[in-house]
Design a protein. Sequence first.
Length: 263
Amino acid sequence: MTIMNTQNIAVGFDGKSVLENLTLEVEKGQIISILGPNGSGKSTLLKVLSRNLKPDQGNVYLDGQNLTELSNKVIARKMAVLPQSPEAPKDLTVRDLVEYGRYPHQQWWQGKSQEDDECVSWALVQTGLEEMSDRIVSTLSGGERQRVWIAMALAQKPEILLLDEPTTYLDICHQLEIMELLAEFNRVHRITVAMVLHDINHAAQYSDCVVVLHQGKIFAVGRPQDVITSHTLRTVFGVESEIKIDNLGKPVVLITGLTKKRG
């Protein structure tokens, strides 16, 4: 079942095409990763999906409804968005930030409800932050801060979670921690996850579907083992590789060198 789809999306800046006639379907309950070299249109696509950028052409649909016909509040109840390297206001506690996730469910004339408090507490527990709830966000490590932002998104109780490079600037341990956290939310709570990634092996190991962008178009889309191939890496990323299949049927990529010298 499709939860989100685009039809013939096109985006350009300063006369240069960034996305061109892009049509994509996001299946409900899946983890979908968007890969591609710098400048291929990954972050632009995510901004279009989240309605943070209006395409020059085409439409985006959420549960069959055109995003342009939905209010911001309705969208926020269904979709949570985590941009790249978000920043929290100074002196904000962990719980304060997570509470922002409840705003789409509140009326302006009402204060916090018991349900809001319960959802925030639930999100803190799910992300292992309950003992840090009174800490100032800016005092936390990069991995901890990323978990706070994910907790805020969870407090929205969304159907779909969009993330732009959620593991950027994190060390290997925290990268895996975030990926495992997202996989658990998808598996246990059936939250659809669509994210931009740079790490090909993370995409291979954690995704149900991988989309590879190349020069603003979809080069390949499908299961990781079908999409992440030496041909894809050579053509799109300009690198040679060795690919093995693990015991779960997922590809494991070893980059062995450049296809050709750059510059």
